[in-house]
Design a protein. Structure first.
Length: 164
C-alpha cells in the first residue's frame, strides 16, 4: 500500500469519528474533520484536493459558527446563566464516565434541571426551561452535523476524483 492510501483511510476514519464527536460532544468533531482533511490535502498535494479542503473549511466554519450563533442567541434570550451550562457540562462529563452510553446525556439533563430548579425555585418551570435548553442544544448539534456531513461528502467526492 502506498502512503496516500493509508493517509486517506486514516483521514476517512478520523472524519467518521469527527461526525460522531459532533453528536457526542466529547470530541471536537468539526475540528477533527478539518484537521483530517488538511492532512489529506497536504499528503495528496494536488489542486483538486486543495479545492476539496477549501470546501471542507467553509462547511466546518459555517457549521461551527451557525451552531454557536443559534444556541448562543437563544440561550441569551432565555437569560440562562453560564454557571448552569458549566455545571451541566461538568455533570455530563461525570455521567459519561460513571454510566456508559447514556451517562453523558443523563448527566447533562440532571445538571440542567438541578441548576434551573435552584434558580427558578419551581420544578415545572425548571423542567420547562431545561427542556428548552435541551432543544436549543439539539438544534445546534443538528445544524453543525448537517454542515459536517456536507464536508464528509466533499471528502468522499474528493477521494473519488483523486483515485480515479
Amino acid at each position: 500500500m502506498t502512503t496516500i492510501i493509508v493517509v486517506t483511510v486514516l483521514c476517512a476514519l478520523a472524519i467518521c469519528v469527527g461526525l460522531l464527536g459532533i453528536v457526542i460532544p466529547v470530541l471536537p468533531g468539526s475540528i477533527l474533520i478539518w484537521i483530517s482533511s488538511l492532512v489529506w490535502a497536504i499528503f495528496a498535494n494536488t489542486t483538486p484536493t486543495w479545492i476539496v479542503f477549501a470546501i471542507i473549511t467553509v462547511c466546518v466554519a459555517a457549521g461551527m459558527a451557525s451552531s454557536w450563533v443559534l444556541t448562543g442567541r437563544k440561550l441569551s434570550t432565555m437569560k440562562i446563566p453560564k454557571s448552569t451550562l458549566l455545571v451541566s457540562g461538568a455533570l455530563a462529563l461525570v455521567g459519561f464516565f460513571l454510566i456508559p452510553v447514556v451517562g453523558l446525556l443523563l448527566g447533562f439533563v440532571v445538571g440542567l434541571f438541578v441548576m434551573e430548579y435552584q434558580r427558578l425555585k419551581d420544578a415545572s418551570t425548571a423542567w420547562a426551561s431545561s427542556w428548552a435548553i435541551i432543544k436549543t442544544a439539539a438544534l445546534g448539534i443538528v445544524v453543525e452535523l448537517s454542515f459536517a456531513s456536507i464536508a464528509a461528502l466533499a471528502f468522499a467526492v474528493g477521494c473519488f476524483v483523486y483515485f480515479t
